[in-house]
Design a protein around this ligand. Structure first.
Ligand code: COA
Length: 159
């Protein structure tokens, strides 16, 4: 069983993340979507809400497992029996940060490998922050997030 871990804050999950997961499933048998709590990012959705929104997207696919995590990613990966981290690269701007993270993770656990996939062009400028800003100002994010996520954002911003 080839198992990969796809970590992120996912506040909220976007079509860009989904694209990476779907393409990752062509390479890996199981993808564990690891949802980092990251209170320091002051997320719009609680970690439980983020997990629920992602589970809803992949409810028909038992090869995608969604779990929250705290602490170091390498520790969580070890606990889950995964030695591959899957990451998306959007533009060259992601490269330095990603290289730093992959080297740091490898230093902490030499058995850990990071596999990068290029995010498909149409999603390469997406970020959760950008999408939240558009939604908070009443803009349309239909082509950027699943319908349920769009509704959840609208309801958060209405409050
Ligand atoms: N499509 C669209 N958007 C994408 C994307 C894609 N394919 N890939 C990334 N993004 C966006 C994310 O939505 C996020 O947007 P935001 O900053 O506006 O919220 C942004 O790009 C950055 O994403 P990412 O690099 O995945 O950051 P993150 O905060 O989501 O995740 C962790 C970072 C959780 C993986 C990392 O901090 C971690 O491993 N933390 C655990 C603690 C740890 O082990 N630290 C040591 C690490 S060496």
């Amino acid at each position: 069983m080839k198992k990969a871990i796809y970590p992120g804050t996912f506040d909220p999950i976007t079509l860009g993340h989904i694209n990476i997961i779907e393409r990752g499933l062509r390479i890996f048998d199981i993808i564990i979507v690891a949802v980092a709590r990251r209170e320091e990012k002051n997320p719009l959705f609680t970690v439980e809400e983020r997990v629920e929104l992602i589970r809803d997207v992949f409810s028909e696919n038992e090869r995608v497992v969604v779990k929250p995590f705290d602490g170091l990613l390498v520790d969580f990966a070890r606990k889950e029996g995964a030695r591959i981290i899957l990451r998306g690269l959007r533009t060259v701007a992601d490269f330095e940060y990603e290289m730093q993270m992959s080297l740091a993770n490898k230093k902490m656990n030499p058995e850990m490998e990071t596999v990068f996939m290029m995010t498909e062009g149409v999603y390469s400028y997406y970020s959760s922050t950008l999408i939240k800003e558009i939604a908070s100002l009443g803009g349309c994010v239909k082509d950027m997030v699943p319908e349920k996520v769009e509704k959840a954002m609208i309801s958060k911003y209405r409050r």
